[in-house]
Design a binder for this molecule. Structure first.
Ligand SMILES: Nc1ncnc2c1ncn2[C@@H]1O[C@H](COP(=O)(O)OP(=O)(O)OP(=O)(O)O)[C@@H](O)[C@H]1O
Length: 268
């Protein structure tokens, strides 16, 4: 179970500051939810955490090592990334996509070992697509592709996983299963989510971004208040507890005001 630490992260493009002095941490196999309206900077922050962009200022650390000192291959042996846009894989089977998860552990021309195959079998099984593994990637539904991407991530046997809206194509059952799975993995997860009820129920900790800044961070119960949701999302809500399980419940009542975030959005 790894530890991700981001300190004083700022990033701008074409003179527009998209992330401003971000501080966040994820550790001990906990699920950290990255929340915030469209354009608030969630995907941008995930890309910086993944080392796909270099921050202008600040440092991302995995355990005690700065991302700058980790080669791509060494990072790929511990960090899995599940991106929002499902990657196009042409002329390959679902299993071959999941096999990609073993790439960081293999020499360029090495065949998959029995150990690799067992890990791939387990990953396919875990996301419920074993029966689809021989199918061509492009024939999968959106949700099946998303689950296959998660299987690829699991095949990496990561210590940390970054996921960008992993539930957006999933039906309700798979949304719940995916978040339950993340919580059970003993892998530190940072997951960008739009559904505040899923965040309330499954995240140990949430970080709310607004206009590229951390607006609030803490437990879902401490952060997801009517006041915060009104000021960040411009939505009037009722927050209470579901009577049987006692989980935090957010009922959306009405949009109150147009979001001002759009005014700061940067084209292109
Ligand atoms: N390379 C770039 N050039 C210009 N603007 C960018 C670039 N990357 C991101 N942006 C802008 O930065 C802002 C944050 O984008 P980002 O995708 O991180 O938001 P998000 O919180 O993930 O949004 P969503 O919920 O819609 O997925 C947006 O306004 C976006 O248009």
């Amino acid at each position: 179970m790894g530890r991700i630490n981001a300190t004083e992260i700022s990033w701008s493009v074409k003179g527009h500051q998209l992330l401003d002095n971000i501080e966040m941490a994820a550790h001990d196999g906990k699920v950290v939810g990255l929340l915030g309206p469209n354009g608030s900077g969630k995907s941008t922050l995930l890309r910086l955490l993944a080392g796909l962009r270099r921050p202008d200022t600040g440092t991302v650390r995995y355990d005690d090592t700065s991302l700058r000192d980790l080669s791509r291959r060494v990072l790929a042996r511990r960090l899995a990334v599940v991106e929002q846009d499902v990657t196009a894989h042409n002329h390959v089977s679902v299993r071959q996509v999941v096999e990609l998860g073993r790439t960081p552990f293999r020499g360029r021309f090495d065949a998959l070992t029995e150990h690799d195959q067992r890990i791939i079998d387990a990953a396919l099984e875990r996301v419920g697509i074993t029966d689809k593994q021989r199918q061509s990637w492009h024939t999968l539904s959106g949700g099946e592709k998303q689950r296959a991407q998660l299987a690829r991530a699991l095949a990496q046997e990561p210590r940390e996983i970054l996921l960008d809206e992993p539930t957006n194509h999933l039906d309700i059952r798979y949304q719940l299963e995916l978040l339950e799975l993340l919580g059970s993995l003993r892998v530190t997860c940072v997951v960008a989510l739009h559904d505040l009820n899923l965040a309330a129920r499954y995240c140990h900790h949430v970080v709310v971004l607004d206009h590229g800044q951390v607006f609030a961070a803490g437990t879902p119960a401490a952060v997801l208040t009517t006041e915060l949701i009104r000021s960040v999302y411009g939505v009037e809500v009722l927050v209470d507890r579901e009577p049987t399980a006692g989980t935090l419940r957010i009922t959306y009542l009405a949009a109150t005001a147009p979001r001002t975030a759009d005014a700061t959005a940067v084209a292109g």
